[in-house]
Design a protein around this ligand. Structure first.
Ligand code: M6R
Length: 604
């Protein structure tokens, strides 16, 4: 959450930083600010609102600067609380992501200092300035980082100092150098226009850039020693973020799903054999007795779908945990537990902490991730990349379906290796999987029914989503999509749970969305639909083509092509994504940047 962009060099500093912040705005968009250093002073500009709304900002003839786009954690969305923050004498300026937990204790080191904001950030420049009374700027930062508790990444500049300094402990920050230009960002993606190599700053490290000599020093502030690091290459082609002719990134990303699924399949399946790009040898799964999947939000829903697949095809026990709970639960895991961490961004704070917890207990961690070079890919034992390309809309769509595809391939690979499925069965599953993109296209071109549902129901305040088996997590996902972008309250449940409480809510003002495909629980879901109708409820169903029974019962039906039950989530989720999108659009919501949300949740 929040975006940091810093620059030192001869280009137009104001423009480079504002452009950098615009590309990071999906991380936070409450307010923004920049501090620009000229020879003898630092100029500060900040405001509430979005960086993208800045039309013209007079350039300052600066050679260095830091910028920030904010997602509020401490203090309201106000100009005072937006970053950069400085000490009272305006000598040191800092932009910061994450949370400093021991601000109260730290304030004792700056007695009498006036705090102008409600943030946890302002303490950092104040402490640095205090230590600069007897130390150099880099030495003062070295002293301060050792005192901070919590997860953070920050960048600092100081008046009359040639140094640009970045620190990391738990929040992402990365740098790049190109000739005599130096960039620091909270997100590798925003560095792609400038360099094909990156300097990854790891937890417990400081990077000190000398803008005069262009020297770079890495410093391990846990062990108090200098360290050597080289720039690493990364996949720049990953980062193409053009919205094209679509009204929103989310709509574009929904429509990209068939193509991205095909890409994910093609990368990982070669001549009918599943071969993960990043060399996971199936023998690694020989000793696995249990799988624990950790993730958050939509990625957690992908894990829930996979739980059904692993248990029915591989026949080993699976638990799917919210990473935020797993990390603090003293989980029982050992070397025979395979941890699968799922994350689009690869920067979700709780998932990162969950991985570290698992590794501490000797478990192997396999991550499924979308962003090359992200923290999760660097701390996991192995990573399989979803080939979704950059996902900009805060509501996850194509990342979800490509995660599902990797998880299904992984299920097949382990099941085949353990002789739970034979060659013919493997081929059969792959044959069905390869047909999914074409079937999904059929759902995507048939949006008339979804638009008509949207027109009748976009004004509701509550909605219920019900599904069973492998489509229960899709009900959760449909509810999450609707609530996060349209602000309509929505809940997902296993359909049979309806009678244990949610049915009390049913009336003609609350639509119930049923996922009702032809599987073993079809008749039971039909009974649930009858129960809703008997209470004057409105039923919207997602059902298989030519299902006449549903047509007679439900108020609205969105038909989807048939596939095997296991793969139905790929198709049932699409109408729910589209429904959420069109309702949110009709309600005039800010779809790609919903209120209070950010794309990467880098604080716990
Ligand atoms: O980047 P991650 O997959 O780790 O993110 C997890 C969640 O924050 C994310 O899925 C969130 O729930 C989305 N806004 C859902 O659309």
């Amino acid at each position: 959450m929040c975006g940091i962009f810093a620059y030192a060099g001869n280009d137009n500093c104001t423009k480079v930083i504002i452009d950098g912040l615009k590309s990071l705005e999906y991380r936070g968009y409450d307010s923004w600010g920049i501090a620009l250093r000229t020879k003898d002073k630092i100029t500060l500009r900040k405001n509430v609102g979005k960086v993208s709304e800045i039309n013209e900002l007079e350039s300052v003839d600066a050679d260095m600067g830091i910028g920030h786009t904010r997602w509020a954690t401490h203090g309201n969305v106000t100009v005072e609380n937006s970053h950069p923050h400085s000490d009272s004498e305006k000598r040191v300026y800092v932009v910061h992501n994450g949370i400093i937990e021991n601000v109260k204790e730290l304030k004792e080191y700056v007695p009498g200092d006036v705090f102008y904001s409600k943030t946890d950030t302002e303490i950092i420049p104040k402490l640095i300035a205090r230590f600069m009374e007897s130390s150099s700027f880099p030495d003062a930062v070295k002293k301060v980082v050792g005192m901070l508790k919590g997860n953070f990444a920050f960048v600092a500049i100081a008046k009359n100092s040639e140094y640009l300094i970045a620190a990391r402990n738990g929040s992402p920050i990365v740098a790049a150098k190109h000739n005599q230009n130096f960039y620091i960002s909270s997100d590798l993606q925003s560095l792609t226009p400038y360099s094909e190599t990156a300097l990854f700053i790891d937890d417990g490290e400081l990077l000190i850039y000398d803008s005069q000599s262009h020297a770079i020093e890495f410093y391990d502030f846990i062990n108090n020693k200098r360290i050597q690091k080289e720039a690493q290459t990364y996949d720049v082609n990953f980062m193409n973020c053009d919205r094209g002719s679509y009204k929103h990134f989310m709509l574009k990303e929904i429509f990209e799903q068939p193509e991205k699924l095909k890409a994910t399949f093609d990368v990982n399946v070669v001549n009918g054999e599943i071969r993960f790009h990043y060399a996971i040898d199936p023998s690694q799964f020989k000793h696995v007795q249990r799988i624990v999947i950790i993730a958050c939000g939509t990625s957690w829903h992908a894990g829930l779908v996979a739980e059904y697949w692993f248990e029915s095809l591989v026949k080993i026990p699976v638990e799917v945990e919210y990473a935020s709970e797993f990390r603090y639960r003293n989980p029982v895991i050992d070397r025979n537990t395979l941890i699968i961490a799922i994350s689009q961004s690869g920067e979700t704070a709780d998932t990162i902490a969950g991985i570290k917890e698992a590794k501490k207990n000797g478990a192997q961690v396999l991550s499924i991730c979308n962003v090359p070079g992200s923290t999760i890919t660097r701390i996991s034992d192995a990573t399989v990349y979803t080939q979704a390309g950059p996902e900009i809309g805060v509501a996850s769509t194509k990342a979800f379906t490509t995660q599902l595809e990797v998880l299904f391939l992984l299920t097949l690979m382990i099941a085949h290796y353990r002789n739970k499925i034979n060659d013919t069965e493997l081929k059969n599953y792959l044959d069905h999987l390869v047909q999914i993109p074409e079937k999904m296209n059929k759902v995507l071109i048939n949006t008339e029914q979804i638009i008509s549902i949207m027109q009748t129901h976009y004004i509701v305040s509550n909605a219920l989503f019900l599904g069973r088996g492998v489509n229960y997590p899709i009900a959760l996902e449909g509810a999450l999509k609707l609530k996060e972008i349209s602000y309509i309250h929505a809940e997902g449940y296993p359909a049979a749970e309806m009678k244990h409480g949610p049915i009390a809510l049913i009336d003609r003002n609350m639509p119930t969305v049923f996922i009702c495909i032809k599987d073993h629980s079809y008749d039971k879901v039909l009974s649930n639909i009858e129960e809703v109708k008997a209470r004057d409820g409105i039923v919207i169903a997602v059902a298989n083509d030519e299902d006449q029974r549903i047509g007679e019962l439900a108020d609205h039906v969105v038909f989807i092509p048939e596939t095997i039950v296991e793969l139905s989530p790929f198709l049932t989720v699409v109408p729910l994504q589209l429904l959420a999108y069109h309702i949110a659009d009709k309600r005039g919501c800010n779809i790609d940047k919903p209120r209070n949300l950010a794309k990467s949740v880098t604080v716990e």
